[in-house]
Write a protein that binds this ligand. Structure first.
Ligand code: URA
Length: 423
C-alpha cells in the first residue's frame, strides 16, 4: 500500500521514486484519490530535485496511459509532426503542415490555443470563416489520407491527466520544470500517434525558456523521451529574441502565411519553415526539395484543400480591426533590437491574445513590424502599425510597444535564426 505522503517525502529528500510509486501516485491523482495539495507538494519536490531518466520515462508513460492513443498506422504516407515550444509571430505550422504534405508525408498537427504573449495556431486558423478546429479521430485519419495535412484541436482524450497537472502547475509555480515540461509535451505528442517528430525549441526574449543551456537541456530531455517511446525525434533550437516575420496576431498571421505559401513573405519565416521541413522529410526518408514545392504552388494547393476539408473558405476575406495606430522612431539611427516579448505582450494587450483560457480573442487585432534589427531609420519613420477593435485596447498596446525597439548608432549583423540541432 503506497501512501502519497511517503512518495512526496522521498522526492523531497532527493531519493528516486520506484516505477510503482510514480504510476500509483499519478493514477490515484487522476481518479481523485490523491488531493490537489498532495500532488502540488510532489510537483514542487520534482521542481527542486528533478526526475532521473528512468523516473521521467515512467512518469511520461503513465501520462500517456491516462488516455487514448491515436492509431495512425496503415496510412499510405509516413507520418511526421512538428511541435514548437511557442514564440511570437510563430505561424510556421500554417505553412509547414501543407508544405510537408505536398512533399509526400502526412502531418497530424494536433494543436492548442494561445495563452499569454504567445499565440495559438488554432486561434489563427479560426479567423478563417467556416473553419472548424474540432475533428473526430476518424476525420483526422481520413483527412491525412486524402489531403495529407490536418491542423486541429488535440482531443480531450489524449493524455488527459496533463490537463489536470498543467492547471495545478499553473497555480503552484511549477510550470518551469524541465522534466514536467518535457513529460507534458511528449505525452501528448506520443499519444497522437505520429511516427516522427521535430521539436522547434525556442530560446530568447520572447520564448518560454530564455536561457540557452536550459533550452538545450529541455531539447535533449524531449528527444530522449521520444526515442525511448519509439518515436524518431529531433529537436532544433531556434532564435526567439525577435518576432518571426512582420505580423503578430491572428488573421494578420494567416495572411502572412499565405504570402509565404505563394512564394513570397518575410525571409525569416520562409527560411525557418524550409529548415524544419527538411528535417521532417529527413526523418520520413522522403527525398524531396521543399523549396520547389513552395515555389511551384503545390504547398499552397494543399493549404487550400486542408482549410476546405475543415469547412473553411480559403478565398474569404480576412478580418482587420478598424482602429490603426502608427508608432514612429523617436530618433535616427540603427535598430539594435525588436524585442519579441514586448511585441508579443503588445499584441496580446491589443486583443489578439488571452489572459485566461476561456477568454475570447480578437480576429483582427495585432501588430505589423515595419523594421528589423540592423535597419537604418530616420526620425519619425514608422516602426509598427497597431490594430485594435477599440480605443482602450489600442492605448494598452501603444503603451507596451514603446519600449520594444532600441535605436542606437552601431551597425549590426543579422542574428542567427537556427542554433543547435539535437538528435
Ligand atoms: N507546453 C506544454 O504543453 N506543457 C508544458 O508544460 C509547457 C508548455
Amino acid at each position: 500500500m503506497t501512501a502519497a505522503v511517503d512518495v512526496i517525502a522521498a522526492k523531497r529528500d532527493g531519493r528516486s521514486l520506484d516505477d510503482d510509486a510514480i504510476t500509483w501516485m499519478l493514477r490515484a491523482y487522476d481518479r481523485g484519490e490523491v488531493a490537489d495539495e498532495q500532488m502540488s507538494a510532489l510537483l514542487m519536490a520534482v521542481f527542486f530535485n528533478g526526475l532521473s531518466a528512468r523516473e521521467l520515462r515512467t512518469w511520461t508513460a503513465t501520462m500517456i496511459d491516462s488516455g487514448e492513443r491515436l492509431d495512425l498506422g496503415g496510412l499510405t504516407r509516413p507520418t511526421v509532426d512538428k511541435h514548437s515550444t511557442g514564440g511570437v509571430g510563430d505561424k510556421i505550422s500554417l505553412i509547414l503542415a501543407p508544405l510537408v504534405a505536398a512533399c509526400g508525408a502526412a502531418v497530424p498537427q494536433l494543436s492548442g490555443r494561445g495563452l499569454g504573449h504567445t499565440g495559438g495556431t488554432l486561434d489563427k486558423l479560426e479567423t478563417i470563416p467556416g473553419w472548424r478546429a474540432t475533428l473526430t479521430n476518424a476525420e483526422v485519419r481520413d483527412q491525412l489520407e486524402s489531403v495529407g495535412a490536418v491542423i486541429c484541436a488535440a482531443g480531450a482524450g489524449l493524455a488527459p491527466i496533463d490537463r489536470k497537472l498543467y492547471a495545478l502547475r499553473d497555480v503552484t509555480g511549477t510550470v518551469e520544470s524541465i522534466p514536467l515540461i518535457a513529460s507534458s509535451i511528449m505525452s501528448k505528442k506520443i499519444a497522437e500517434g505520429t511516427g516522427a517528430l521535430v521539436l522547434d525549441v525556442k530560446v530568447g526574449r520572447g520564448a518560454f525558456i530564455k536561457d540557452h543551456d536550459r533550452a538545450l537541456e529541455l531539447a535533449a530531455t524531449m528527444v530522449a523521451l521520444g526515442r525511448d517511446h519509439g518515436l524518431a525525434t529531433v529537436a532544433q533550437l531556434t532564435n526567439m529574441d525577435a518576432p518571426l516575420g512582420q505580423t503578430i496576431g491572428n488573421a494578420i498571421e494567416v495572411a502572412e502565411s499565405i504570402e509565404v505559401l505563394r512564394g513570397g513573405g518575410p525571409s525569416d519565416v520562409r527560411a525557418l519553415t524550409l529548415a524544419l521541413a527538411r528535417t521532417m522529410l529527413e526523418l520520413t526518408g522522403l527525398d524531396v526539395d521543399p523549396a520547389e514545392r513552395l515555389d511551384d504552388g503545390s504547398a499552397y494547393e494543399v493549404y487550400r484543400a486542408m482549410i476546405a476539408a475543415q469547412g473553411g473558405d480559403p478565398d474569404a476575406a480576412l478580418e482587420t480591426s478598424g482602429l490603426v495606430s502608427v508608432v514612429v522612431a523617436p530618433r535616427a539611427g540603427v535598430v539594435q533590437r525588436v524585442d519579441a516579448l514586448d511585441v508579443g505582450v503588445a499584441a496580446w494587450r491589443l486583443g489578439a491574445g488571452r489572459a485566461r483560457k476561456e477568454d475570447p480573442v480578437s480576429a483582427g487585432a495585432g501588430v505589423r513590424c515595419l523594421v528589423v534589427a540592423g535597419d537604418e531609420v530616420e526620425v519619425g519613420q514608422p516602426l509598427f502599425e497597431l490594430y485594435a477593435d477599440d480605443e482602450v485596447h489600442l492605448e494598452r498596446g501603444r503603451t507596451t510597444i514603446c519600449d520594444a525597439v532600441i535605436i542606437g548608432d552601431e551597425p549590426l549583423d543579422a542574428a542567427p535564426l537556427l542554433f543547435e540541432r539535437i538528435g
